[in-house]
Design a binder for this molecule. Structure first.
Ligand SMILES: [Zn+2]
Ligand SMILES: [Zn+2]
Length: 423
């Protein structure tokens, strides 16, 4: 019996990987310009890291984590998101003590045992950003602007919309949570069973329930913005002024509460209507208490994560094309094969991509393969070329050919290729 991949997991095959590589390049370029540096963190962490940060009463911790006891008897979890690990690393490496300001980003796989659906996998990839050390609203605006610039660079700014909200500080959140619990209790018979449970543990979550009866029952729920203290009101107002000043278009959505417990003050999402009901492609917010919660010195922070599978769906097949070789080596006979192999290496040292077939097939079959793989040039070495130490260079698109010395052939092809790359 053949072994199959696990449900909800996928292979990214070579024809898809150019999009991944290009996306990672654009991300790195934009984030680096904003002063963010890459961190690479473990995929496995102690399970308590996530229950302590994401929150016990969240879907992620309750039912979606891959948690198991390893052979050493330790309970460990495949990371379901990146922020908890980043904060853990920030504290563990003493950044909260020596240099409590840092701008980090990461690219990597996360794991959640969710119901598989379009663009959602149990191993999925995220780009995430964590910005530590700034309490001021400038940091919020800067991070959101960077997210917007990334989507603009990807040509997607017209296809996503930005929504922001503020949950306030811990006190405001508590006040709002109580208000919402009271509001929900008055309508408890209209709420789904899940929300009835949420009401006691995490009332904010009733606002992002997908059940139509819950959505109807909470349509005129109180807004968190009305529960903000003066300081949080001022903070939120400055974030909006700064975003306006940068020309970043956004809408305030008072129902956006985000699924994770650790958020405070600003939260935000980038939404699209093009990928079905689950419509966030990026989401984030401020988490001013998280560093302290993980044993560090109090350090404010904020960040966001982007789901890359869904982003690549949005970008579409045309966005990045597979690389085709510049040159196909065509040869006949054992000596020609040796020449072709040597010539191939010389070309590659000049940054030319080449390909060759090792099976010594007919010239006709090799030309056919050259056309199929999309090579621009063929380097042809037959008996007469071997004899004279020459090579026939054929431009496959224009069906023109000329026989040249090996040095001239290399010169011709690599110069033309460099010129066409610069076009
Ligand atoms: Zn407040
Ligand atoms: Zn519900």
């Amino acid at each position: 019996m053949k072994v199959k991949k696990l449900k909800g997991f996928r292979d990214v095959l070579p024809e898809e990987s150019p999009a991944w590589i290009k996306l990672e390049q654009v991300v790195s370029q934009i984030f680096t310009r904003y002063g963010f540096a890459q961190v690479r963190l473990p995929l496995l962490e102690q399970s308590t890291l996530f229950s302590r940060t994401i929150g016990e009463a969240t879907d992620i911790v309750e039912k979606e984590m891959y948690t198991f006891v390893d052979t050493g008897g330790e309970q460990i979890t495949l990371r379901p998101e990146g922020t908890a690990s980043a904060v853990r690393a920030f504290v563990e490496n003493g950044f909260d003590r020596s240099n409590p300001k840092a701008r980090w980003y990461y690219i990597g796989s996360m794991f959640r045992r969710e119901r598989p659906q379009k663009g959602r996998f149990r191993q999925f990839n995220q780009v995430g950003v964590e910005c530590f050390g700034w309490k001021a609203p400038g940091a919020d605006a800067d991070v959101i602007t960077m997210l917007w610039d990334l989507f603009t660079a990807l040509g997607l700014s017209g296809r996503v919309s930005l929504e922001i909200n503020s949950l306030g500080c811990a006190d405001d959140r508590k006040a709002y949570s109580d208000k919402l619990a009271k509001y929900g209790a008055e309508r408890i018979d209209k709420l789904c069973d899940n929300c009835k449970k949420r009401l006691g543990k995490n009332p904010l979550r009733i606002l992002d329930c997908k059940s139509p009866s819950c959505q109807e029952a909470t349509a005129d729920a109180p807004s968190p913005v009305d529960s903000l203290c003066d300081e949080c009101t001022e903070h939120f107002s400055t974030v909006r002024i700064l975003l306006d000043d940068q020309g970043v278009p956004f809408k305030v959505n008072p129902r956006m509460v985000r699924g994770l417990d650790y958020y405070s003050r600003t939260t935000f999402e980038l939404l699209t209507t093009e990928l079905g009901a689950q419509n966030a492609v990026a989401a984030g917010g401020r988490y001013d208490a998280l560093v302290e919660q993980l044993g560090g010195r109090p350090t404010p922070g904020l960040g966001f994560a982007i789901g890359l599978e869904r982003l690549i769906l949005l970008l579409g097949d045309e966005w990045a094309s597979a690389d085709t070789p510049d040159v196909y080596m065509v040869y006949t006979g054992a000596e020609a094969f040796l020449m072709a192999m040597r010539l191939r290496r010389l070309l590659m040292l000049r940054s030319t991509t080449t390909t060759i077939d090792f099976e010594q097939r007919s010239m006709k079959a090799q030309f056919k393969s050259a056309n199929t793989c999309g090579a621009k040039w063929a380097m042809v070495i037959g008996e007469s070329e071997v004899e004279k130490g020459e090579v026939t260079v054929k431009n496959l698109a224009e069906s023109q050919q000329q026989t040249l010395s090996i040095n001239n052939a290399i010169e011709l092809v690599s110069t033309k290729i460099i010129a066409s790359d610069e076009e």
